[in-house]
Design a protein around this ligand. Structure first.
Ligand SMILES: [Zn+2]
Ligand SMILES: [Zn+2]
Length: 344
């Protein structure tokens, strides 16, 4: 594994000493599977990284990305009222939800951010395409921001912690809003591209990530085309676009963002994560295993987030199934001893 350098100037050490494992800097070394490193003794005191707003055009695109799917929900409700319920539309909603959510959970998160298993280049490109259809930015930007989140989880530098909104109810609501979606209106932290230099070495992944807009539009055209072909009508294409495209994007958006907001506020903390990450059953189920977020922050390279039998983890079942047919391999899992050691 090539060594990685980081914008804060922190240096890797080769001792891999578990005694420093409770520093935030160790979180990134866990993600990237490099030896543990400590923050330099001379590092300046922690402060909130000044982050500028996106350009006007950037904010407008983000605003449209957040609100257009909401408009799709309104359209869907009107259509439901006027035209009634259709099994085809429900199938397109669920089918596109599963494919694009897996693109985020299995692809962007567990494969690209955390390297929790290995796979071939064609599968990597397919997962990049599926994740891009969730319309959450390019794969490389998503990975960089999430690695940054793990390195600074719930510290002032975290890109989307709900815990720095201020005092009182307004502070709480402001923090929740920032963690859920407000952060998307801010410019990336400086030097973010250095957090993805391992992935940028692959021309196929650079190209697949850069095709973000193409994949996003394809994610709208596929349900429209299927809806039209199955129903044999333009109306079927329109409702396919609304349900399998816009309403599905709305669902995937808010379920993914809830991991940043809800799962750093409400739930259990069975493991010593040294941050506010929580295991939340509802989002464990709905977000295909991503809601076991406290477990994930403690064992970030694990391909499996729900480690107990009752902690449903659909994304891990998919990774396991792909492994059974030879499409994924070298799945990383924490040992029973490691789990017991971190339990609180
Ligand atoms: Zn987190
Ligand atoms: Zn993660």
């Amino acid at each position: 594994m090539p060594p990685l350098s980081f914008p804060d100037g922190s240096a890797e050490t080769s001792d891999g000493d578990r005694s420093v494992s409770k520093t935030r800097s160790d979180a990134l070394s866990k993600i990237l599977d490099v030896p543990a490193f400590d923050l330099p003794a001379t590092s300046p005191p922690r402060r909130r990284i000044p982050r500028q707003r996106l350009s006007f055009a950037g904010q407008l695109w983000t605003f449209l990305g957040v609100t257009v799917p909401l408009g799709g929900l309104v359209a869907a409700i009107v259509l439901l009222w006027g035209w009634g319920f259709s099994w085809v539309d429900l199938g397109l909603l669920l089918g596109m939800y599963v494919v694009t959510m897996l693109g985020i959970t299995v692809g962007f998160h567990r494969l690209f951010v955390h390297r929790s298993f290995e796979t071939s280049v064609p599968v990597k490109v397919a997962l990049t395409a599926a994740g891009s259809m969730a319309v959450q930015g390019t794969m490389l930007q998503w990975v960089g921001l999430h690695r940054w989140h793990h390195q600074h989880s719930d510290c002032e530098e975290d890109v989307h912690s709900p815990h720095h909104g201020g005092d009182g109810l307004l502070g709480f609501l402001g923090g929740f809003w920032h963690a859920h979606v407000g952060w998307a209106f801010l410019a990336d932290p400086p030097g973010l591209e250095r957090y993805t230099q391992d992935l940028r070495k692959s021309p196929s992944l650079r190209a697949a990530s850069a095709l973000f807009h193409f994949w996003a539009v394809l994610g709208l055209l596929i349900p429209a085309l299927l809806g039209g072909l199955i129903s044999g009508s333009w109306a079927g294409a329109a409702t396919g676009l609304v349900w399998g495209g816009l309403v599905r994007i709305l669902l995937v958006h808010h379920l993914t963002w809830s991991i940043n907001s809800v799962c750093h506020l409400w739930g259990r903390q069975p493991y010593r994560s040294n941050d506010e990450s929580r295991n939340n059953f509802i989002f464990g189920v709905l977000a295909m295993g991503e809601g076991w977020h406290n477990t994930h922050h403690v064992f970030p390279t694990s391909a499996r987030h729900g480690l107990r039998w009752w902690e449903l983890d659909a994304s891990y079942w998919v990774i396991r199934s792909l492994s059974a047919v030879g499409l994924t391999w070298n799945l990383k899992l924490p040992s029973a001893e490691a789990q017991e050691k971190e339990r609180q």
